[in-house]
Design a protein around this ligand. Sequence first.
Ligand code: SF4
Length: 931
Amino acid sequence: MAPAEEIELSPRIADSVKTTTCYMCACRCGIKVHLKDGSIRFIEGNRDHPVNKGVLCAKGSAGIMQHLSPARLSKPLKRVGPRGAGEFKEIEWEEALALATSWLAPIRASDPRRLAFYTGRDQSQALTGWWASAFGTPNYAAHGGFCSVNMAAAGLYTIGGSFWEFGEPDWEHTRYFMLFGVAEDHASNPLKIALGKLKARAPEAAAKFVSINPVRTGYSAIADEWIGIRPGTDGLLAMALIHELLAADAVDFDYLKRYTNAPWLVIQEEGAADHGLFARDAAGRPLAWDLKADCLAEALAPEIEPALAGERRLADGRRAVPVFQLMAARYLDERYAPDRVAAATGVPATTIRRLAAELAHAAFQQEVVLEQPWTDWTGRRHERMIGRPVSMHAMRGISAHSNGFQTCRALHLLQMLLGALDGPGNFRARAPYPRRIPMRTLPENDPAVILAPCRIDKAFSWEAPLAAHGLLQQVILQAWKGEPYPIDTLFLYMANMAWNSAMNVPGTLAMLTDKGEDGAYKIPHLIYSDAYYSEMVAYADLVLPDTTYLERHDCISLLDRPISDADALADAIRQPVMAPDRDVRPFQDVLIELGARLQLPGLVREDGSPRYPGLYADYMANHERAPGIGLLAGWRGLDGDLIGAGPPNPEQVKRYAENGCFFRHELPPEQRYYKHVNKDYLAFAKRLGFVGSEAPVILQLYVEPLQRFRLAAEGHGRVQPPDQHRSRIATYFDPLPFWYEPFEEALVDPERFPLHAITQRPMAMYHAWGSQNAWLRQIHGANHLHMHRERALAMGLVDDDWVWIESHHGRVKGQVKLMDGVNPDTVWTWNAIGKRAGAWNLDPAAPEAVKGFLLNHVISELLPERGGYRYANADPVTGQAAWYDLRVRIEKAKPGEAEATEPRLPPLKRPPGMAAPPAKLRYGAWFQGRR
Ligand code: SF4
């Protein structure tokens, strides 16, 4: 036979293809999994899917190795040795569930707060949060508190939505795109696709892409202009841009009058209980000054011509001025002038002035006009949509600082001044956003919601009053201290709190293993669920092994973080593409079964039998959060012909599966922009339960709830903070954004710790998950500390030198790498590459364990002591973990010191049932007959 005849040109590589949703990062792309003989062969992007349109990234295709990972847990485990030793015995599911129930049932009956239930990068929060509420504990949250709660809370109080998943730039029409602090794993395929299109524009329609980030990697590397800002100063830059725009009158006054609270009058009565609050009429409606009638008027009355400046007298004779006037006075102040902020930000004044001029040019000289009539909330018909095509996007780089809340607010102010929010060319809301401001679940008009520290994580306490997501990073410390009360069971899911999700790793491990005088662990019970042998597993008393994402149902719900885009409502599911080959169960199924055993309301019928015998898939289709509102929006109603609201449809999950596992409803063209004030969209949003009424969502330059907290701190009202917290609340709850030096930077000696240290996330990895993946490890096997070349050379450092990285809290050893594209005062490394030896079933001598290092070792969960108290290393408004406030010094390791990272914790033992990993993990060998 001739060689050509031996080559099979069209081999049959699969005998079935199933659709589902990727879970290799947060983007939730649609995928097609090709299977042969029930085994996975390859993963392809789903071309019909709205998120990725067929694009699959390196992480997505490496889902195969995630699924085949040697670190997969295979059976429930019960601890038999000391906590942390990794000594377990395998048990049956019945015993595991009975044990969990025996811990949980008594505390539910006596004091449900004694359960603390926290999840990591959980994409089923619509279930997990609801389950915790049904249990009766206030102590639950996902990982938002250490990820992006600053950004979320700032947005929710300002624009009724926020950056990242709550919206997206109008890629088709924008002419100027600013990206603040976005790492590659947080916005992967959708952003890559969009940036590709932006850069492919014809010259006459070109859009400029400016990236503001201390590090020039990933997206910053392909930006038209990179601004290597000093960490923690983005807010200062934004306020300097506002200063320049105000000075140049480059402001969209019509937009401010119509859609923001710029004209609302603010009471000026220093010392009064309502100083700084909005002047309101007898019905509680905010007032403005009507220039046409020359009198006070309801601020939202459509026929008035509201004044943006000028002191006015209220009916009781007191003074009031419009928000805009307060704002102009603040930002026109010289402290925000480019020349004054240049040194602090590391951005030259000429650059700041040019950026402001470019923003103004794009907004006012490159207006976008869409010939699309629409009707605003007052009933006024507009013949066309006019956009000021500046768009922005931001993520953890601005969020993970102790000044991040106010920084993020400043970015939204900048958008509003330019009239560049939710119009053509702008950052646009994605349904179900915008919501009313603030959302019903957030503190609004009365600090009385802060009655007492009622949550274990300090969320919504005076130390973190607007903690919209809860504070996972505080849980272990507080549970160990037993403050504000002791807990009984810490229940964690997918949260690697013993390693890359903890600040102060050694301290956290000590707390997890610490015992009281009675010889019992201070945190009595610890249940952990994960699919993999992460560092956290060894610290659990009971391990509930989860499936991989290809082996279960999941729900990307509008009640959680949906996959809508600005033009369409969308949600999705995961379906099992294969059955597990181990004794593992989907965590969501386990929760539903545990809930039934605990007789949680909503999970059992009146006779006590399980309400959802079909477990999560059953719950996804049949659970109603409110009448007609369930987890999934598509194919509702018995006939499956209703969208968003309607009775449950038992066939709903099947309909999703038939449609590629997603649902998408395109908004009609007249509803796609100005959603916050668009009459037709608001009516649609009300019908689907996104908003409680068709009232407009007026954008808030000035956030009155913040002023209410401030007044409480100044001694007004029936609920006030303890004296210890008064000045902190009064200072940081400023209703207009201001910039302050990040806390750690202000508290440590700048000469001793002269450098900022931050982490970045690589495109090829999604936290600890990705860095154990056999294919992705080949891209990033060990992390370095990246330094500016000149700074390093001045210290006598060259590539691969070992250095100590020391903070006020501790030190860790790693190797340096020199580069040019980094702010000279900043060092950085890839996050979560370093691993504890033995974890993730990697060889204890793997580069991740020997050379890779974890910056978390030198980050403290508490700030240095001041006034006898140590506050959390966090934003004072939301409690967001201030990961990127870290200050360090670098010192070359001494000759003779080990060429390995330190500290190195004792290797973890392999748990029972986990086979040693093969020396070479070769995917494909088995189906090619070459094992
Ligand atoms: S971007 Fe994220 S969700 Fe999309 S294919 Fe890549 S890893 Fe999967």
